[in-house]
Design a protein around this ligand. Structure first.
Ligand code: ARG
Ligand code: ZN
Length: 410
């Protein structure tokens, strides 16, 4: 059966006028709507379909006609998807190439346990809740010393199921921290001064579903009371101008906000944990893909955050570093003006909770492969994000913490 598989979830009007991407059978197309009618049709294709975004090919009304301009971006997406799933678990879990691959949910749970067991004095596993299908939500706590009153940062990955590079980044970050502590001065300074809480898979049910059934799934897998459509967009489910802009109250939408703020066990677990730790957590990072952006609040309003200029400067520094080291371009700015207006996001919520350094990173790429970023891109994509994260964190430590180390002899 021929199908269209629509990638895009950007259906705020202005964004839709840009580009929407589809898969036809095993092709990824990029379609640019030219009229309002076309915008509406694409909007339906991408938001209204149950069971992911599958459309039977005989719905010719919705097929791109010659009046649409479209480009074949990936002529063989199925092959690409198979390539990404190949060889999982054939590598010993400690080897370097382990981190240069994507992994199943079961493999990630195994890795979490192993990482804790191999580093019993520095790594703790904290169970913060469970998903709607009762998968555990584990946070890794990295704590390299027991200085009193140490500050902390939070990193979550995989809030959106199909953004595999995001979860790969969380694993990459942990490896980098454990391997290069006391060798690389930046990570050493960071870990000397901060604990790190890392949630590698915030949406385990969705992530599993992308491995078994639909590679393009975004939401969690919650069953709705009012509809046969599945899933809530966890990044529309937080209590930040909840469900007002760039979110939908339709359970079939890709940006469904849920029935009330924190209605989902995954977002509630994160929110509860951060509320409990808000006095120590100084920095919040949420990792997504794709589009190469370093975003900060607000996304739910066009108003500027109190420390907008400070956040802008931090993001700008980080983007400059990425450009210099990796010759790659990242846009940066407040979410609402840089990507789109969207309420209910975790970054805005964390910011309003009092975590004044709150960021969402959109990793590689800028559209060539989109969510289907091949494994060979993992190292550079993760190193770019690592550079940004370290640049921002070092500056925040410098701004907010008294210098550590031996007191000067007088
Ligand atoms: N692509 C992300 C999303 O749609 C961007 C998140 C930016 N922050 C936000 N609060 N909307 O969720
Ligand atoms: Zn995302």
């Amino acid at each position: 059966m021929k199908t269209f598989l629509v990638f895009s979830f950007m259906f705020n009007f202005n964004t839709l006028l840009r580009t929407t991407e589809c898969i036809e059978t095993d092709q990824v197309l990029s379609i640019t709507p030219k009229t309002q009618e076309q915008v509406d049709i694409l909007k339906n294709v991408s938001t209204q379909r149950p069971y992911g975004n599958l459309l039977p090919s005989n719905s010719s009304k919705r097929r791109p006609r010659s009046t649409y301009s479209f480009l074949v971006l990936l002529p063989n997406a199925n092959e690409l998807i198979e390539m990404q799933m190949r060889n999982d678990s054939s590598d010993p879990r400690g080897s370097t190439t382990f981190y240069e691959r994507y992994h199943t949910l079961d493999d990630i749970y195994f890795w979490l346990n192993r990482t804790q067991q191999d580093n019993p004095s520095t790594v703790k596993l904290i169970l913060i809740g469970s998903s709607s299908e009762k998968q555990p939500l584990y946070v890794l706590k990295l704590s390299l010393n027991d200085r009193p009153n140490k500050k902390a940062m939070w990193i979550d990955c995989g809030i959106h199921a199909r953004e595999w590079i995001s979860t790969a980044f969380c694993l990459w970050f942990v490896r980098h921290s454990l391997l290069f502590y006391s060798q690389n001065p930046d990570i050493t300074h960071i870990l000397d001064n901060m604990d790190v809480y890392i949630l590698p898979v915030m949406n385990p049910d969705g992530y599993k579903y992308t491995w078994t059934t639909n590679r393009m799934w975004r939401k969690n897998r919650a069953v709705s009371k009012s509809s046969s459509c599945i899933g809530v967009d966890l990044n529309r489910n937080f209590d930040a101008e909840w469900c007002t802009v760039g979110a939908s109250d339709d359970p079939c939408s890709e940006i469904y906000c849920g029935t009330f703020p924190e209605s989902e066990p995954e977002s509630q677990a994160v929110a509860k944990f951060l509320r409990r730790h808000k006095d120590s957590v100084q920095l919040y990072f949420s990792v997504h893909s794709y589009s190469q952006m370093l975003l900060f609040p607000y996304s739910c309003t066009l108003d500027e955050a109190d420390n907008h200029n400070e956040l802008l400067e931090l993001a700008q520094h980080a983007a400059q570093k990425i450009r210099r080291f990796y010759r790659n371009t990242y846009k940066y700015g407040a979410g609402a003006k840089t990507i789109y207006l969207a309420s209910g996001g975790s970054d805005d919520w964390a910011y309003n909770l009092g975590i004044k350094y709150s960021f969402t990173f959109e990793l590689q790429d800028s559209g060539r492969y989109g969510f289907l970023l091949p494994p060979s891109y993992i190292p550079q994509a993760c190193n770019e994000a690592l550079t940004a994260l370290k640049t921002i964190t070092l500056k925040v430590i410098e701004k907010t913490q008294a210098p550590t180390g031996p007191p000067p002899a007088d």
